[in-house]
Design a protein around this ligand. Structure first.
Ligand code: HBI
Ligand code: FE
Length: 292
């Protein structure tokens, strides 16, 4: 069953089946919940080598740029020599925060995505990018999902935030507020920054898995860095095919969890009354957080 509807992960809207590009993953053999088998034995030695090169490029630059929680948890992915087995990784992860890693053929419809998160099952794309995509890839592949997202699922507070996000997503679907909630995901889970005594550090998976954006997001004077503000985030559009023009900075994962604990219905209503904000725009009187 192909994922007919466009799935807007915030990256280029991707349609499968009747869409303009054949799906890269095998949606036809996915289960009703869009999970599938990882088929680990099908990875070639070249793919394991490409994964290792991607891993080593990020690991070499993460100190001083990635948050400590990420740096201390990335070891749980196991050896960089080969793409991890999701079932082994899930055993370690489950003991820590009750999460497991499940294979999916790629981007899946929002409802299915939210349902997996709400059940503490993180969907990881099974396929790996091609060598020519070493520097940039539009859709999330196994490297982005595993290296970018999975380590922070070992942090108990962030793990609870991710599960609450999934539960909130299922409610947002009923309130037709998925686009607003997608911005929260984009500006926290994918491209979030966090304040530390040593300065701003990255925790967003889209940054942590990106060769160039990891340093750019923390050190460049170009982008705006705005203190976390839920309504401001939900009003702010985002760029899907370039480095972010705006990053939002949290004080802690606890702040992120607490800020998103209440029912969003009144927040959606308030946001809908206000104009959208372009990526990169700075509001009058808004104070920005300095780069490194
Ligand atoms: N599907 N596999 C996968 N991974 C994602 O990160 C993902 C998705 N579908 C929808 C989606 N993300 C976004 O729309 C989120 O904002 C919900
Ligand atoms: Fe992602």
């Amino acid at each position: 069953m192909l994922a007919e509807k466009a799935v807007n992960q915030g990256v280029a809207p991707v349609t499968y089946g009747q869409g303009d590009r054949p799906p890269r993953g095998d949606y036809a053999s996915a289960r009703a919940d869009y999970t599938c088998d990882q088929n680990w034995s099908a990875y070639t030695p070249e793919e394991h080598a490409l994964y290792r090169r991607l891993y080593e490029r990020q690991a070499a630059q993460m100190r001083g740029l990635a948050c400590d929680e990420f740096i201390s948890a990335v070891q749980h992915l196991g050896t960089p020599e080969r793409i991890p087995r999701f079932d082994e990784l899930s055993q370690t992860l489950y003991k820590r925060t009750g999460w497991e890693v499940v294979a999916v053929p790629g981007l899946i419809p929002e409802e299915a995505f939210f349902a997996l998160l709400a059940a503490r099952r993180f969907p990881v794309t099974g396929w790996l990018r091609k060598p020519e995509e070493f520097d940039y890839i539009v859709e999330p592949d196994v490297f982005h999902d595993l290296f970018g997202h999975v380590p922070l699922l070992f942090d108990p507070v962030f793990a609870d935030y991710m599960q609450a996000y999934g539960a909130g997503g299922l409610k947002a679907s009923r309130l037709d507020a998925c686009e607003l909630l997608a911005r929260l995901y984009w500006y926290t889970v994918e491209f979030g920054l966090i304040r530390t005594p040593q300065g701003v550090r990255a925790y967003g998976a889209g940054i942590l898995s990106s060769a160039g954006e990891l340093r750019y997001s923390v050190q460049s004077p170009e982008p705006s860095r705005v203190g976390f503000d839920l309504q401001r985030i939900m009003r702010t559009r985002y760029k899907i095919d370039s480095y972010q023009a705006t990053y939002f900075v949290i004080d802690s994962f606890q702040q992120l969890f607490d800020a998103t604990a209440p029912d969003f219905t009144p927040i959606y209503r308030a946001v809908r009354e206000l104009p959208e904000i372009e990526a990169g725009a700075v509001l009058p009187g808004e104070s920005l957080i300095a780069a490194e």
